[in-house]
Design a protein around this ligand. Structure first.
Ligand SMILES: O=C[C@H](O)[C@H](O)COP(=O)(O)O
Ligand SMILES: C=C(OP(=O)(O)O)C(=O)O
Length: 359
């Protein structure tokens, strides 16, 4: 009689992965890179605490698919960051993990060669190396913490983290966020609902005990302290945008009622621009005007930007990929990015230092 198999019926294979400790030993943070990460984190915290008058701007490609392109972008962004640093703190969006609505390319870590070969261990090496290179250039980085295990491999290189609209309601992600070393922004839900992000903050600021892995890759019970730098990111939803002054006021009231700091970040992309990238500068302009008219709660912005505008499908023949163009959501191009950020800086330079933040 054959034995009845009742385990792993839908599991095809299991591969043992390099441990976080070994990856970090192979690709260590230099003292320069460590200082950039730490300074980036401290600055974001100071902005959230109302001690630094500037705004932080998370800007960069929707996803990283080409390391050389990402470094080309980072070089340009670093120059702009230095130019605007009296008013805007620029953090590069370095997103390796894409949450898909159904299916699709899940990012550089999951499939670094964009060809369904899913070389995840190589993806971790490539991703970490890129974070080190960008940090070495003097630019702090941010990412979406999607897989609950990958922060063990990468979070030491990150100055700001996001929990996306599709996972803000997930207990697993709230627990993970409670232990992240960087400040963390929770997007509102894809339906536009703010409650899930408010509940997420309420959870992430508290200590948790949950399953994870330690630096040696052993399955462990993780004990976290809670992340007091959890805040909301308005990204619009199925009912439309939510960056306008009415939605901002409603968000401020909800934060006040919950007794959370009045810190709001606006994602200019996604449902706030109806996924039409060319509308992002208009969202930036609107937010700038709100601040000029007295808003004290908007402290950060997210912008999806690349070297060239728009997006493209991943072609079967990868040699036909267009340089500098997103393979996930559409982005604004470099010239528009520079112009929109310069405009924002020029309008806010004299206003932000006088702004009375009510955190
Ligand atoms: O920011 C990226 C996308 O909006 C998100 O990953 C969902 O993408 P999809 O709807 O194309 O799967
Ligand atoms: C997936 C993203 O955003 P959201 O979670 O808001 O859809 C993103 O910023 O890449």
């Amino acid at each position: 009689m054959s034995e009845t198999v009742i385990e792993n019926l839908n599991v095809e294979a299991q591969e043992v992965l390099i441990t976080p400790a070994k990856l970090k030993a192979a690709l260590p943070l230099s003292d320069t890179a460590k200082a950039v990460v730490a300074a980036g984190r401290d600055t974001v915290r100071d902005i959230l605490d109302g001690k630094d008058h500037r705004m932080f701007i998370v800007v960069g490609p929707c996803s990283i698919h080409d390391v050389e392109l990402a470094k080309d972008y980072a070089g340009r962004l670093k120059k702009l960051a230095d130019e605007l640093s009296d008013t805007l703190v620029i953090i590069m969006r370095v997103y390796f993990e894409k949450p898909r609505t159904t299916v699709g390319w899940k990012g550089l870590i999951n499939d670094p060669y964009l060809n369904d070969t899913f070389k995840i261990e190589e993806g971790l090496h490539i991703g970490r190396k890129l974070l080190l290179d960008i940090s070495e250039m003097g630019l702090p980085t941010s990412t979406e913490a999607l897989d609950p295990i990958s922060p063990q491999y990468l979070q030491d290189c990150i100055s700001w983290s996001a929990i996306g609209a599709r996972t803000t309601e997930s207990q697993t992600h709230r627990e993970m966020a409670s232990g992240l070393s960087s400040a963390v922004g929770f997007k509102n839900g894809t339906d536009g609902g703010l409650d899930v992000a408010m509940n997420a903050i309420g959870s992430a600021v508290k200590p948790h005990r949950f399953l994870g892995i330690n630096n040696e890759g052993q399955v462990s019970v993780i004990h976290t302290r809670g992340n007091r730098y959890a805040h909301v990111v308005l990204r619009g939803g199925s009912a439309g945008p939510n960056y306008d002054s009415v939605h901002i006021k409603l968000c401020e009231r909800a934060l006040e009622k919950a007794n959370y700091p009045k810190n709001i970040m606006v994602d200019c992309s996604h449902a706030n621009s109806d996924k039409k990238p060319e509308l992002q500068p208009l969202v930036m302009e609107d937010v700038t005007n709100q601040i000029l008219e007295g808003n004290t709660s908007i402290v950060g912005l997210m912008i999806e930007s690349n070297i060239n505008p728009g997006n493209q499908k991943i072609p079967a023949d990868l040699s036909t990929l267009e340089y500098g163009v997103s393979v996930t959501d559409g982005c604004i191009g470099w010239e528009d990015t520079e112009a929109a950020l310069r405009d924002m800086r020029d309008k806010l330079r004299d206003v932000l230092p006088k702004r009375k933040r009510l955190v």
